[in-house]
Design a binder for this molecule. Structure first.
Ligand code: ADP
Ligand code: ZN
Ligand code: ZN
Length: 728
């Protein structure tokens, strides 16, 4: 009897929610390997997800796998996680799996790099030995001389002589050189400070249990959370092999964190995973993680899917941060996925933040306390205090943009040679061009938003779609030529400051001026050397770095966030201002924060002034409870976009009707237009779903999405489902 036929189930990057069956070729096949397969007229890369003895596809339609790569990409736990993610976020399985594979592999450029070796001379390599080599072996002689002086890493061989690798091998075969595994230089680890009593309590709680427990460390900025991570890690990575995954919200935070961890663990392999790495670096680091070689992995949200065979602990720093959520393609939340991963792996997970998200707060504080709550209430460095926070009434809108109190406060800092940070949230605060005669303002032609004035280049730009044009000479409505920018953009503030403080060194930074790590490093150096008196910047400065000479933070016009239609806006504003306040007074100088606002008594500012997150969070929770919003309900959002308004409306209505037909208890709202009604030339609609339980929500989503995918209108629009949306 012939051996039973096998069918190989392959995940492929196509928007169809299924695996594809293939016939094996004559290579050995293992689940988790990546393969090249024919698909339509193309040949593409896929991942083997299963081997089955049955198939629904008629035998004659099955095609054969072209080539199997040896490398195994995923293990069983990760597959389980990816299946969960595909199901939960309703993203096709093949696309889910392929979206977490390093791009080099997808481009079939994933050649395995050799383990880094180092070549060392043995005692047999001597000057005489080299002299006796045939004269024509020029390169061999040159490399031998070089090796006599210093050992050379495999990756640097070709710098010493061309074809260095061949020569090195020859020297090895001649017995005068040995190849060893290269290990990073081991410096003495930096000594850890003695923990204060609060930190001690937290650490001892954390080390108590090693199975699946979720912890929340709620600690004010500078309370020593990172120090606790470091000492906790020490207990894990000391054991051979154990791996720890640390997720951080922003790429900008990884270099300093990396440095801090490297100093403490000089003899451990640490890798980072984020989008500033080149494809090949990312692949290398990913492979070090996958092989278990890297014991410490620091990364941004996608790193939650890194294969880690010996994962023993997950840490999520700044858990409240919105950038853990991906807003396109696979719309997952890395914190929530990490929770699931910790559960599957049966390991502890630690969330740390100064301002927990309300969902996390709820899980840690409300009756059934899913997470264990740990608190740090004062700053770790002796005598360092949280800065005093004050609200300052607005300056006259058409007069000076900064109130006199603020101007005086800045001047006093300059006099004392201390530094000032002027914080502007660029989102929504950029200057727009308005007509002084009629109410006309320059709008983007493709989005329902205002164009932003860029004075230096004399252009108007849309910050959503990139549209730009010259600043017009006159009003498009009434012809009036007196057009002026309204609102306080960073450039406008810089100008104003230049006039007020002509002798101060003022530096404006935004995402454009700090795109690279070098630019950021330079900025920190200049700040530390006090070459800058006033730093004007956007939210990217709110987090992370310490500026020891910074004693005043001025927050300008944060009020816009209070008008937001997004129910999470106050929570975000609080956390952002808390973060930025945390920049001041970290060392010995006392810090102060001045918030310029038209609503000094708003609960957000009141809470900030007394640094009371708990009360604030509880009152927000009450509001959410009344309005049945998350975490008191489970939500999903259908986003619809179309070139034509008719299509967008028709699809949304159809979707709503279909959902209603299921007679589920999920409440449906819409279709409504989001605040940004048009974006990049697309008309937009949303349908909002609100359910009492996750199961109820999922039970509706599954069959509903199936119907939407099958509907003919679905090809006329771009649509997506966002489960647990955090922005509207
Ligand atoms: P967080 O992560 O909560 O913002 P960090 O761990 O970065 O806090 O600590 C803030 C500062 O206090 C850092 O400079 C850190 O080196 C220092 N620090 C933390 N814990 C201690 C301690 N127990 N003793 C002395 N300094 C500490
Ligand atoms: Zn006009
Ligand atoms: Zn636009």
């Amino acid at each position: 009897m012939a051996a039973k036929e096998k069918f190989i189930q392959v995940a492929i990057d196509v928007p169809i929610d299924q695996l594809f069956d293939y016939l094996p070729n004559d290579q050995i096949i293992v689940i988790g390997q990546y393969v090249k397969v024919p698909f339509g007229r193309r040949q593409i890369i896929g991942i083997i997800c299963g081997i089955s003895s049955v198939t629904d596809v008629p035998r004659e339609k099955l095609k054969k796998i072209i080539f199997v790569e040896e490398e195994i990409i995923f293990d069983q736990t990760l597959f389980k996680l990816l299946h969960f993610v595909s199901n939960y976020y309703h993203h096709p399985i093949g696309q889910t799996i392929m979206s977490v594979v390093p791009s080099r592999i997808k481009q079939a450029k994933g050649q395995i790099r050799k383990v880094d070796k180092i070549y060392e001379a043995t005692t047999d390599l001597t000057l005489t030995w080299i002299e006796e080599l045939p004269k024509r072996k020029v390169r061999l002689r040159r490399l031998a001389y070089a090796l006599l002086l210093n050992s050379i890493r495999d990756s640097e061989l070709n710098l010493s002589v061309s074809n260095g690798r061949e020569c090195a091998k020859e020297l090895v075969s001649l017995g005068v050189v040995v190849a060893k595994k290269w290990l990073p230089e081991t410096n003495q680890p930096e000594v850890s400070p003695k923990l204060n009593s609060q930190q001690k309590d937290v650490l001892s709680a954390l080390t108590e249990k090693h199975d699946n427990v979720a912890w929340l460390i709620h600690g004010i900025t500078g309370s020593g959370k990172t120090e606790i991570y470091l000492q906790l890690l020490n207990k894990f990575v000391d054991k051979d092999q154990s791996q720890v995954l640390i997720l951080v919200p922003e790429i900008n935070l990884t270099p300093q964190l990396e440095a801090r961890f490297k100093l403490r663990f000089p003899d451990k392999v640490l890798v980072t995973l984020h989008s500033h790495l080149s494809g090949i670096e990312r692949l290398d680091n990913w492979r070090k993680a996958k092989s278990g070689e890297a014991q410490i992995v620091i990364g941004t949200r996608l790193a939650v899917f890194t294969p880690l065979p010996h994962l023993k602990l997950i840490i999520i720093d700044e858990e409240h941060d919105g950038s853990f959520k991906q807003h396109e393609g696979l719309r997952y939340h890395a914190r929530d996925v990490a929770m699931m991963r910790a559960k599957y792996e049966n390991i502890p997970i630690v969330l740390g933040t100064a301002t927990p998200s309300l969902e996390t707060w709820f899980n840690a504080k409300r009756e059934y306390a899913k997470y264990r709550y740990l608190e740090l209430t004062h700053r770790a460095v002796k005598n360092a205090k949280l800065p005093a926070i004050h609200t300052i009434p607005m300056g006259d809108k058409y007069g000076p943009t900064l109130s006199n109190i603020i101007i005086d406060a800045i001047q006093s800092r300059i006099d004392r040679q201390e530094q000032v940070l002027i914080f502007i949230n660029r989102r929504g605060y950029a200057p727009v061009l308005v007509c002084s005669n009629c109410a006309w303002a320059a709008n983007c032609e493709r989005c329902s938003t205002r164009l932003v004035v860029h004075l230096k280049t004399k252009r108007l730009k849309c910050h959503h779609c990139g549209y730009d044009k010259k600043i017009p000479m006159q009003c498009m409505d009434c012809g009036n030529t007196d057009l002026h920018p309204l609102g306080l953009g960073t450039q406008k503030i810089e100008e104003c400051l230049n006039q007020l403080f002509p002798n101060a060194n003022i530096l404006r930074v935004d995402r454009d001026t700090t795109r690279t790590k070098d630019a950021l490093d330079q900025l920190y150096q200049r700040m530390n050397k006090r070459e800058i008196d006033i730093l004007v910047g956007t939210q990217m400065l709110a987090k992370g770095h310490d500026f020891p000479h910074l004693s005043l933070v001025v927050v300008i016009d944060a009020d816009n966030a209070l008008y937001s239609s997004d129910f999470r806006a106050p929570e975000r504003l609080f956390s952002q201002l808390m973060q930025v306040a945390g920049r001041a007074g970290r060392a010995e100088i006392k810090g102060e924060v001045l918030i310029q606002t038209a609503f000094p008594n708003h609960p957000v500012y009141e809470a900030l002034k007394v640094n009371d997150f708990s009360d604030f969070a509880e009152s927000l929770l009450e509001e959410r409870k009344q309005m049945k919003l998350s975490p008191f309900s489970f939500n999903a959002l259908l986003n619809v976009e179309a070139k034509s308004l008719d299509h967008s409306v028709a699809f949304s209505n159809m979707a709503l009707e279909k959902a209603n037909a299921f007679k589920s208890s999920v409440t449906l709202y819409g279709p409504v237009r989001p605040v940004m009604e048009r974006l990049k030339g697309f008309e937009r609609h949303q349908v909002f779903l609100q359910a009492k339980t996750r199961t109820e929500l999922q039970n509706l989503l599954k069959p509903w999405i199936k119907e939407l995918r099958a509907h003919p209108l679905s090809n006329r629009v771009k649509w997506s489902i966002d489960v647990d949306p955090i922005e509207f």
